[in-house]
Design a protein around this ligand. Structure first.
Ligand code: ARG
Ligand code: ZN
Length: 472
């Protein structure tokens, strides 16, 4: 591609020169590229992500010293320009940028807030594939979310863990941090000897660097939204196994959490195979777990292939986070407004697991919530009806009860209308047709109508978009 560009540039040079001569003294800029937008206008996080390009691949080479919390990173971003670009933005919060190159040539850059603007020496042509390299360093700091919780690079008792939902990944690497731009990843973590370093996908190599450190190279071939990227550094106990169909399992558990985690992790292969039976083939090459010390985080996160749990998980919690591998990770939301496509489905998966294992079924849990009984779900489900799941009032609401529970109830309403056979065909079809892609709520409602052959307008009006609390 670089060769192509050079050839094109050479051919076009006389024409460009002529144009420049023509426009000199007029606007002076008509032949130049435009800056890429500084955000993708997400309804809840308008500055998240950037316009004008799509990332194909991130190669992150990160060194971390737990003792003084120093991160030294090189991010090589391979992207495709979607317009002629005079400059483009990356999202990055905190840290110090030491150098930026584009196509191997030093590029100018400046920072405003969480935006890093890169100005390549030459404009990038529409359709051109380019490599941007950012060298950076410093002590990563987490962000405080609209709902008051923390995300990003979080220090643990013996290391660190990165959790990015919704916009925390910009605290540890520069990128196009919006779920609509998915890419493959190679994440190499170099840490002092004696530490384990865990990330998404498969461990391609583990080697001593010769200077008292160990480099762990992790590879994710399947597309991943950046909020699902993770890095966990600590004195984990690592255990590997396989599911009955041969999917590799890599579990990393913080010291002290092993005994309490054993029961749930022992059933993880079974949960994955159960999910494949209900939702269709597991979307990734491998699966696993990261258990960080209890109390590190107020939530778990479905980081791709290796969900992060804060302390030992229950089986139900692993069912939720593993269901996200199909719904959220493989089929990712187009915008943060579509969060119920993640959480409603993962919550529904818990109901189904219960139904398939002798517990209260989805209909029973639906009925209980509708009657104001939260005994199956816990007290935080009480406000399941506070707002419509497809329209949270603000960014602080995207992880609130209606997105989870009323989202699951939308699915149960579809099941009531369509019957079991068509409903389960819909779940599998949705996961298959949008595998490794992105989808919006409108995509789902259209798909559900078409796939089930039912008119579901009332379900959407009352349960998905309705401002009023649905009546029994
Ligand atoms: N997606 C996570 C889960 O339900 C929850 C993340 C909550 N994040 C937050 N910042 N409150 O598995
Ligand atoms: Zn969830």
């Amino acid at each position: 591609n670089r060769l192509n560009r050079l050839r094109l540039t050479r051919l076009a040079a006389p024409a460009v020169a002529a144009l420049v001569a023509l426009t000199a003294g007029c606007t002076g800029s008509t032949v130049q590229g435009r800056p890429g937008a500084s955000g993708l206008r997400d309804p809840y996080f308008p500055k998240a992500g950037n316009g004008g390009y799509q990332v194909d691949h991130y190669a992150l080479d990160l060194g971390y010293r737990p003792a003084d919390r120093q991160l030294t990173g090189t991010a090589v971003i391979t992207a495709r320009a979607e317009q002629t670009l005079s400059s483009f933005n990356l999202d990055l919060s905190g840290l110090r940028v030491d150098a930026v190159t584009v196509e191997g040539e030093p590029a100018r850059y400046n920072r405003t807030g969480r935006e890093l603007t890169v100005r390549p020496r030459k404009d990038l042509g529409k359709g051109e594939v380019f490599r941007a390299e950012v060298r950076y360093s410093g002590t990563p700091r987490p962000l405080t979310d609209a709902d008051g919780s923390q995300e990003g690079w979080i220090t643990t008792a013996d290391g660190a863990v990165a959790v990015g939902e919704p916009v925390g990944s910009m605290t540890w690497f520069p990128g196009n941090h919006h779920p609509s731009d998915k890419a493959s990843y190679d994440i190499t973590l170099t840490v002092p000897q004696g530490y384990e370093a865990v990330s998404n996908g498969e461990l391609a190599s583990r080697r001593d660097t010769g200077d008292g450190r160990t480099a762990f190279a992790w590879h994710s071939a399947e597309p991943m939204a950046s909020y699902l990227a993770t890095a966990a550094i600590g004195k984990f106990k690592v255990a590997t196994s396989r599911t009955s169909s041969g999917i590799g399992v890599y579990n990393a558990v913080a010291p002290g959490e092993e005994a309490r985690s054993a029961a749930a992790l022992g059933r993880l292969p079974e949960v994955v195979e159960w999910g494949a039976g209900r939702f269709g083939p597991y979307p990734f090459a491998t699966v696993g777990t990261i258990v960080v010390p209890d109390g590190t985080l107020p939530y778990a996160l479905e980081t791709q292939t290796k969900p992060v749990y804060s302390g030992a998980p229950s089986v139900e919690l692993t069912v939720h986070e593993l269901a996200h591998q199909w719904f959220g990770d493989s089929v990712s939301p187009k915008s943060w407004k579509d969060m119920w496509l993640n959480e409603g489905f993962a919550t529904y998966a818990e109901w189904l697991w219960s139904e398939d294992h002798g517990g209260p079924g989805a209909q029973k849990r639906f009925d209980a919530l509708l009657a104001g009984d939260t005994s199956f779900e816990g007290a935080d489900a009480a406000h399941w009806d506070a707002f419509p799941p497809a329209a949270p009032p603000g960014p602080e609401d995207i992880s609130e009860a209606p997105v989870y529970y009323r989202g699951a109830m939308v699915l149960q309403r579809i099941r009531q209308e369509a019957g079991d056979e068509r409903f389960f065909d819909l779940l599998r079809g949705w996961a298959a047709d949008h595998r490794h892609g992105n989808a919006s709520t409108a995509d789902f409602t259209a798909y559900a109508q078409q796939r089930t052959g039912r008119d579901l307008k009332k379900v959407w009006d009352v349960w998905l978009y309705g401002e009023d609390s649905p009546k029994p």
